[in-house]
Design a binder for this molecule. Structure first.
Ligand code: BG6
Length: 513
């Protein structure tokens, strides 16, 4: 029994996993932007964790590429320092750190310098022989999106990437890119065109780290490995769905980038729409990458457009007090740091069921979750006079993505006693506690999947464009007067009060933050 008096039992199944991920192929990972923040905070710690747990390929190397001059020894020390701060498993296992550091080699030069890419090519051939990585190459672009076309051109020019003509071709070359995948629909299409000019879609891995979160992956298992929820998962039983991604942190020194981006491009276009698609999609015909991605894409296609003067009826934006004093932010900026949206999916399953989304920075607390609000009971059997008159709360199923990863179900229960008194109870499953296993970082899973060539957890070209197709008219309206006011909210609050009006119009309210 835990503190709330709920007993959760887990029953891990004996035998092979339902879906065995398999050991990835030998390969060399070339990391562009190796001295950047993402590399230090997320990528090296994830690669180290994989190395420590013996999950990397037996033959593996990292080439850290940077425009600034790098040398193997000092750069390895720099990575070790970063691991002290950011590695998931502390205290650090010194021997494992040293073994990991040995896998890193460096290369430097401009992104537009053909000689630098010839040197890189030589280095990769040499590593392939010396470290037996079989010529397989994974390029990770941890650099600003503006550099992608140049890097791709230079890689192609040096013969380092080649379009895959047949599936499963060896040696393989793959490319990982980080969001933002464009700035709007037009630039997303241009980026996809650049990528498509050099590589087949199967070689392109667009990272959306939300898809690598265990709890996000569990949405599909929860929905399709349990027979009792799916019959309820539709407009007959669900009143509305709420998706929240609240952050307690602000723009954290990324003011310049953020001011060009804003919360809708930073969180909604990618992370939250991906989560929404997993909650709303139809059962795929199999668990294979394209089958899942096809179903998600249908959800994006069914999103009801919101444009022009309609935007303020569906979208409320806010900016936290003091945002304009952040370094890199323009005075008078209208960039939203908070958004609340009402979305509709025009599909058979979801007709009439609104999806409310909200995301923001500098809010009361860090909380990412999906709440499925079921309909009220059909008649008020317990209403009547006196003590039995109760206000019943509809059931809510909460998929907690972070923190305290887990799943909770609230329902009504009789409170012991002579009167019929009804109280709400919540059954709560805590992921880490129940399975007594730490929850891995998203990047660990995603990096391994690229090495395996499994694209299930990556965004596909058509979906990226569909999502931009939905978001771009909203952004356009917000950038003009048609989009309405940018409301100010206090740091550490639940966001602007104006957001309450979105669900309130239909007699609903946001869950308490
Ligand atoms: C990133 C955004 O993609 O996701 C950040 O650029 C945001 O602004 C981050 O803070 C949130 O990720 P997580 O995993 O902490 O929810």
């Amino acid at each position: 029994m835990d503190a709330q008096g709920v007993h959760i039992e887990t029953h891990p199944r004996e035998g092979e996993p339902v879906f065995s991920a398999g050991r990835p192929d030998p390969c060399t990972l070339v990391l562009f932007g190796a001295t950047g923040d993402l590399a230090e905070r997320k990528l090296f710690p994830a690669l180290f964790e994989l190395a420590r747990s013996g999950l990397l390929p037996e033959h593996f190397a990292i080439v850290a590429y940077s425009r600034s001059k790098l040398e193997d020894g000092p750069f390895r020390e720099h990575v070790k320092e970063g691991l002290k701060k950011f590695a998931r498993t502390q205290p650090l296992d010194e021997a494992a750190v040293n073994r990991f550091a040995e896998t890193i080699e460096t290369a430097s030069g401009g992104y537009d310098d053909p000689e630098a890419f010839q040197r890189l090519s030589q280095k990769l051939q040499d590593i392939s022989k010396r470290r037996q990585t079989d010529g397989n190459k994974l390029y990770y672009m941890a650099t600003p999106a503006s550099t992608f076309p140049q890097i791709i051109q230079s890689l192609s020019g040096a013969g380092l990437i080649k379009r895959e003509e047949q599936p499963g071709q060896k040696p393989w070359s793959r490319l990982i890119i980080e969001k933002p995948f464009g700035h709007d629909l037009e630039s997303a299409k241009a980026l996809n065109k650049t990528l498509g000019s050099a590589l087949d879609e199967k070689q392109i891995f667009r990272i959306d780290h939300y898809l690598g979160k265990e709890t996000v992956q569990n949405i599909l298992v929860f929905r399709f490995a349990n027979a009792i929820f799916e019959p309820l998962w539709n407009r007959q039983h669900i009143d509305h769905v709420e998706i929240t991604a609240a952050e307690a942190i602000g723009v954290e020194g990324r003011g310049g980038f953020y001011d060009e981006t804003g919360v809708i491009r930073d969180m909604v276009q990618n992370h939250l729409l991906q989560v929404l698609a997993l909650c709303a999609m139809e059962p795929p015909v199999s668990f294979a990458a394209e089958d899942i991605r096809d179903e998600k894409n249908k959800v994006f296609r069914a999103l009801r457009p919101v444009e022009g003067g309609d935007v303020p009826q569906h979208v409320v934006v806010g900016q936290y007090e003091g945002y304009q004093d952040e370094k890199g932010v323009k005075k008078g900026s209208r960039t939203p740091t908070y958004v609340a949206m009402k979305m509709n999916i025009d599909s058979w399953r979801w007709q009439g069921v609104p999806f409310y989304l909200r995301a923001g920075k500098n809010l009361k607390k860090r909380l990412t979750e999906v709440s499925i609000h079921f309909k009220s009971v059909p008649i008020g059997l317990f209403s009547g006079g006196g003590a039995t008159c109760q206000r019943l709360q509809p059931n809510v199923l909460t998929l907690r993505i972070q923190p305290h990863e887990g799943i909770a179900l609230s329902f009504e229960s009789k409170i012991p006693g002579e009167d019929v008194n009804i109280g709400g109870v919540t059954m709560d499953m805590d992921y880490a506690e129940s399975f007594k296993k730490p929850v891995p970082e998203a990047y660990e899973r995603l990096l391994l999947d690229c090495m395996r060539g499994n694209a299930t957890l990556f965004a596909r070209q058509d979906s990226v464009e569909q999502a931009w197709g939905y978001i771009t008219p909203i952004l356009q309206a917000l950038e003009t007067d048609a989009g309405g006011t940018v409301h100010t909210y206090a740091k550490g609050s639940k966001g602007p009060d104006a957001a309450d009006a979105l669900p309130a119009k239909n007699g609903r309210r946001w869950s308490t933050l």
